[in-house]
Write a protein that binds this ligand. Sequence first.
Ligand code: 2U9
Length: 348
Amino acid sequence: MKSQVEEVRSSFEAEAAEVNSSASLQELKVRFLGKKGTLTALLKSLGSLSPEERPLAGEALNALRDELEQKIEQKKLKLIQAEDAAAEAGDRVDVTMPSRGRPAGAFHPVAQTMHEIVNIMQGLGYSVVQGPEVEEDYYNFECLNMPSWHPARDMQDTFYFPDEGGERKTLLRTHTSPTQIRAMLQYGAPLRIVCPGKVYRRDNDPTHSPMFNQLEGLLIEKEVSFSVLKGSLRELMNGFFGRELKNRFRASYFPFTEPSMELDIECVECGGENSGCRICKGTGWLEVCGMGMVHPSVVRAGGINPDEYNGFAFGMGLDRMAMLKYGINDLRYLFNGNVSYFLSGRDA
Ligand code: 2U9
């Protein structure tokens, strides 16, 4: 495999040196990275290697793919600049030439993800509710079993607004759950809602941003069982990823649900077949969603009688779901406004 990697690299270098226009660059890209491209064929052949050979070979091929993508992008920029300069230097102006079209716009991958999940949930009878991003401490924490002394507040290091001496402290919401409390108070039971939106936490590292996008769901009806929750989430994940995925539910803890669980799905990148997989870290599983039966005191805080109604809630990070579905391997791509990564596509 090592020699094949070297062969592909050197033939790419040789062919790239001959490229002198955006059109021939695109052809080069298709030859190496397209669906039937040389490198793509090697990546596909990984499955036929032995489990001992596969991780190293996979790593080398992924690194080569990243390298080729980067070189193509660099070359593309240079060619476009050169072509623009040549066009400007030309002394004849063809006034009949149609203007250079603008690329059609597209949804941001996170917005796209949000729409896809909302569509699936609407199919299951859920409505969309939105709420304020500047929230009251009461709705964000108190109603959700997190009084001021509760240690769970430390997990959501919060942006508080300066205390202006008013009765209610305000903050940037740390989750969309307060919107669901507001909806319970406004609409009562029964209720099926999803709440997508921006949330804010004091997190800033390569895998966390101080603002991220969440989608939470809430169902309040009579005699709701945990199995309905499990079935609904399996439906959502299979619908979102477009195929039947292995799944497992693990016991967990959230102050606002009891009992609580987390859902793992099989790794969408390697299906558990690659011990060196960058996405699942070789575990074969991806954590995608937290959930549980809504705690009776949270149901009561929403103005609904917990002796009459019960239900479940779940929550997930939309940024993470977008990255998993669209193979985006760095959170920063979602925020830096550089569309070339998305326009070039990973499978063009
Ligand atoms: C009400 C009652 C309960 C929403 C829930 C989770 C579990 C959860 C995390 C997923 C990744 C947040 O974005 S994340 O960091 N969320 O695990 N969320 S249950 O529970 C609610 C919501 C509203 C009234």
